[in-house]
Design a protein around this ligand. Sequence first.
Ligand code: XMP
Length: 524
Amino acid sequence: MTQTALHYQKLLIVDFGSQYTQLIARRIREAGVYCEIHPFDMPEQAIREFAPRGIILSGGPESVTEGMTPRAPQVVFDLGVPVLGICYGMQTMAAQLGGRVEGSDVREFGSAEIRRERNTALTEGMGFSGESTLPVWMSHGDKVTVLPPGFSCIASTASAPIAAMADVTRNWFAVQFHPEVTHTRDGQRLLDNFARRICGCAGLWTAGNIVADTIEQIRRQVGNDRVLLGLSGGVDSSVVAALLSRAIGRQLTCVFVDNGLLRKHEREEVAAAFSPNNTLDLDLRVVDASTEFLGKLEGVTDPEAKRKIIGATFIDVFDREASTLNDVKWLAQGTIYPDVIESAASKYGKAHVIKSHHNVGGLPERMKLRLVEPLRELFKDEVRRIGVHLGLPESLVMRHPFPGPGLGVRILGDITPTRADVLREADAIFIHELRAADWYDKVSQAFAVFLPVKSVGVVGDARRHAPVIALRAVQTTDFMTAHIARLPFDLIEKVANRIVNEISGVSRVVYDVSSKPPATIEWE
Ligand code: XMP
């Protein structure tokens, strides 16, 4: 990634494959410090060139007591910068620096009480007082049993006498628990201490600085060229639009394609949020291609076939619209940092699933355009923060994710205009009631699904056989796993009553109570 003044003070996070690695990075960013995640087999020379002010060794699923398991590159200890090992990171530090790590029959997973054994800059300001303990989150099998030379024990728990250790002269620290997890009391303070006090980084990584820096970078990258953006109304592409518009004004053209599978009022909302009389001034072209999309989807029931048709039609429509513009050189995309990490994952790391969801994937090659991806180094929460900073409406910035194929993967089986209308209405009722009950922001994603089964119902004296609507609401941090949202029954009942009474083509409503895994979030 392009490094600017904003990136001079940065930390390196060496990834050993923990599910929490991205969380560590997000917390360091929250401390106002830029950091990047790289796999543990990052070449030594690349680490030197990266020139971090400090290094964090992440947790990981392996055991250092077994051969052929990952180790930190030696250069980590040769650079003379502060190091913080977390969980596996602590164990590999102990093993590499001359201590001892032993396996244990029982895995410690969950909350533990930690006692401070010695005061250091790392734990300064955490809520310890006297003999008191603090709750921390543990998830480990092995533990350090012998300190490496130069280290002392700085904290302990009942089952891990060496739960944290430090060599304060070299600024090397290690903790067995997970400070990045919210169950660890004052964990953010510990990470702040490391990034700011121990590594000496100032808190430069703020929404205002990120925006200013990104705008500079965009201007340098594209110069006077014209840029094209497929605006979907989702958070990422909306923030890209806002950034580019600030950076290059009317050199940007946004194309919004209505595929007939959008949520209720989506097209109007996007048009309103990006209309030139708003704070932004951009060239927005709204293309109504719903007839074309729905026509091509007629009679198609296979979910992957639907996705392919929707993706290919999008490219056709977008390409056609773009060909009416002269000399476009760049295509803007809302790629965010987790996508970058996933595609660069180490071949030794845990299996990362690369999403096959990109509906504009083939565009840059086909259109011979270069890519501008201003969100490449940002996490979703940072994208949201800068969206707010750029003045985008809260309702747009905080909205739930919506899949590229839209309602197309929420109408099971055959997609027809009538089914799309029924689902759009049902979804709008559900989302409206969630907002009214203050539940919208408490769930990560919520939507209605159209089930093409005929179920019986009674309207007045007559029986009717009509389709079923399923409601789905989940809570998740990464969308890889998800739990159902425990919505109040009163709320579900209200939504169900409204849907059955207000939409003539629905006989009943069910609530999906499946977790992911094994169920996915979407139904198709
Ligand atoms: P699943 O259903 O795989 O969904 O548990 C995880 C997240 O990905 C979204 N999703 C999609 N997004 N195109 C997209 O752009 C797709 O084809 C697609 N399928 C699922 C889903 O909404 C959830 O946020």
